[in-house]
Design a protein around this ligand. Structure first.
Ligand code: ADP
Ligand code: MG
Length: 680
């Protein structure tokens, strides 16, 4: 009995009763009432006083406490926007867009007016913009043109605990900027972890804590390791759905778009088979390239009598808060970049998460009521196999892009740059070597004219080099289309299971005429343009309309950047595949593999065995090309090359004579190989 009374009391304190007395009428009033219920709200005045007293503040609060959506509004409400914009960075584009949309809604303004966002290839801000959300990469770009951030009065580096490469570089830069801009307020905002470390790095900055409201979460492990975690996740979703009370949604952590699409498909099928025997299940995928119309769906209220299941990448770990989640299913994996500085190989690898990340994920279940977390790995594995903390990206990535950016900011001495965690020196050296090989740096390590032009593009150095090289091969227009398609980050083709054969045929049609994946992408784009951007053509050819439209947006941006560096984007050489592939090779001569006698490919310089990704148009080729250039490596079951095109090895000596000797590219068939001794 006593227990019930105390329960009721909590309810009253929660403000439930106030709300029912003064019932909000309009949708907007409901939103305003919701703002006042967030954990950060009672600390509004205290927080604003702290900002007034300190130039740099470390802000810590559990995910969902209101840091991202409320803090910029608080600063706006007391007039900081009159002194300059209020900026807030996010590690992911989806988060930047979705949070900006939410805040615009809370402030009752049109997105892009007072509240806007800017992400790579998409600027949704205007003269009127006062609160600007952006990716951390975009802020880095802004610093290139505005080194003192003069147009800002406050800058919030949000999700600092994620320690993305761009955030880590930003820390070093903004730490310097606040020294000569005493009027700039800097807030480093993070979900619980590592607050002390941030404080220490920013010269013992004060820490402002928002006490969390967390409910207990019971954690369950599997008894033995799961062979197929996607399937295990689907089974667990259905088990929860049929056995647990309906008022609690499910959040599943998977590693990427492909897995999420597979899981969505299986779940749809199985629930369809079960029909009306189970309550409705609303399936919502979330990943980085999800179009914005679909993003809104994850925040929709679950209809009565139904349950929502959100299938997400680690974007839902801390960047996005979805209300109503009570069950978390954690596969224990995410996709991480990994870089071997010695070999210069970078690849995306499905990696076990850290203990800290697993605990964050579990925490998502206990935001509004006690929850349950199902870990699809064993307790032993959690304790003995998972690292305590996620390794910051700067320690496991190719630094080419940021080194180029820092160099163009005039920061030449990278060894003494104030990194929070210093990247390994062989990774730094490797990046310098690579930029030197691309011609972006001279032998004194200074930026060349080419390097300066490359730095204008928000692309990896290899891609920007290809764009600039296309001028020489007189195929700028074609290379821009190819690079835009390559930059999508996900496949432009879709392949529904029930129409897989038709989809494959459509895709292979683009491959006809040779030139591998790069030229197929180019043909696809050009045909679409020739049909006057026809949607019907996309449906017929199994091309995702929204992806190819995005390619067009990217291309338009690259065109205007070309103008800035005086590359004529109209220069075109239709149907000369070799010219296009030579321009690509000018950027990607590092990424070349050669067919060995065993039928496997080996990278030319490091002699690593690699395979053509099954999604490539060259995957089923009866006579695989002897030499390939590849766009990237992805390690899943094997080391796969994604997006490959055949090249003529003689180009390598022509294009990159400083990197390839004629002996490197001699045809293996002509070379006598020593007889292999039979072991046994
Ligand atoms: P934090 O940054 O501390 O993790 P947020 O400011 O992101 O917290 O979230 C505060 C609240 O705003 C959460 O309850 C969340 O559900 C809500 N919210 C955030 N984005 C959206 C959105 N796009 N639609 C609806 N609600 C949202
Ligand atoms: Mg946040």
């Amino acid at each position: 009995k006593k227990h019930r009374i105390s329960n009721k009391k909590i309810k009253e304190e929660d403000g439930e009763d106030d709300i029912s007395v003064i019932k909000p009428v309009t949708e907007h009033e409901k939103i305003l009432a919701g703002r006042k219920k967030l954990p950060v709200f009672p600390y509004r005045e205290e927080f604003l006083a702290a900002v007034k007293d300190h130039q740099v503040l470390v802000l810590v609060g559990e995910t969902g406490s209101g840091k991202t959506t409320q803090i910029p509004q608080y600063l706006y409400e007391i007039g900081y926007a009159e002194l300059g914009k209020i900026g807030c960075t996010q590690p992911r584009r989806v988060a930047a867009m979705s949070v900006a949309a939410r805040v615009a809604q809370e402030m009752n303004v049109r997105l892009g007016k007072e509240v806007g966002y800017s992400i790579r290839f998409e600027n949704c801000t205007s003269e009127a913009t006062k609160i600007q959300y952006m990716t951390d990469g975009m802020l880095l770009r802004e610093i290139l043109t505005e080194p003192d951030l003069a147009s800002y009065s406050c800058m919030i580096i949000d999700e600092a605990h994620e320690r993305t490469l761009h955030s880590d570089i930003l820390f070093g830069l903004v730490k310097d900027i606040v020294r000569f801009r005493s009027d700039l307020k800097l807030i480093i905002s993070s979900a619980t972890m590592d607050a002390e470390k941030f404080s220490k790095y920013f010269d013992d900055a004060s820490i402002f804590m928002i006490p969390g409201r967390m409910f207990p979460v019971d954690i369950y492990y599997t008894k033995s390791p799961e062979a197929d975690y996607v399937d295990a996740a689907v089974v667990t979703v259905l088990q929860i759905h049929v056995s647990q009370p309906l008022n609690g949604d499910i959040l599943v952590f998977l590693t990427g778009q492909e897995e999420i699409e597979t899981a969505t498909e299986i779940l749809t099928q199985r629930t369809r088979n079960l029909g009306s025997r189970i309550p409705e299940l609303m399936i919502c995928p979330v990943y980085a390239n999800l179009p914005s119309e679909q993003q809104a769906k994850i925040f929709e209220k679950t209809p009565k009598g139904a349950r929502k299941v959100v299938l997400a990448t680690n974007i839902a770990e801390t960047s996005l808060t979805i209300d109503g989640i009570c069950y978390v299913i954690d596969t224990g994996f995410n996709k991480q970049k990994s870089y071997n500085a010695r070999s210069g190989m970078e690849s995306l690898v499905v990696t076990p998460v850290s203990q800290a990340a697993a605990n964050q994920r579990a925490g998502r279940a206990g935001r509004t009521q006690p929850g349950k977390c199902f870990r699809l790995f064993t307790a032993w594995s959690f304790q003995h196999e998972l690292e305590p903390n996620t390794v910051p990206e700067i320690l496991r990535t190719n630094l080419g892009n940021v080194v180029l950016m820092l160099k163009s900011l005039g920061i030449n001495d990278l060894v003494h740059f104030d990194f929070m965690d210093k990247p390994p020196s062989d990774a730094l050296i490797r990046a310098l070597e690579q930029l030197y090989a691309l011609g972006a740096l001279n032998d004194l390590g200074e930026l060349t004219k080419l390097g300066r032009r490359m730095a204008e593009f928000p692309l990896e150095p290899m891609l920007s080099k290809s764009v600039i090289a296309s001028e020489k091969f007189e195929c700028v227009s074609e290379v821009l289309s190819t690079v835009s398609m390559l930059s999508l980050g996900a496949s432009v083709f879709y392949r529904p299971k029930e129409k897989a054969i038709m989809a494959d045929t459509a895709r292979m049609n683009f491959a006809r005429g040779g030139g591998g994946d790069h030229i197929s992408l180019l043909r696809c784009y050009s045909e679409w343009v020739a049909t006057d951007y026809s949607n019907a053509w996309c449906f017929e050819n199994f091309v995702q309309v929204r992806s190819i439209r995005r390619a067009r947006d990217i291309r338009e941006q690259l065109e205007s950047l070309c103008e800035r560096v005086e590359v004529d984007h109209l220069v075109s050489k239709p149907d000369d595949n070799d010219a296009v592939l030579k321009a690509i090779t000018s950027g990607f001569f590092y990424n070349v593999a050669k067919l060995g006698r065993t039928g496997d490919y080996q990278t030319v310089k490091q002699q690593r065995t690699v395979y053509i990704h099954p999604s490539s148009v060259l995957a089923k080729e009866e006579q695989p090309p002897p030499w390939l250039v590849y766009f990237e490596l992805a390690f899943t079951t094997k080391e796969f090359m994604r997006q490959v095109a055949p090249i003529d090895p003689s180009w390598l000596v022509e294009i990159a004579p400083h990197y390839y000797q004629p002996s490197d590219v001699e045809d293996s068939k002509n070379k006598k190989m020593p007889k292999q001794r039979k072991m046994r």
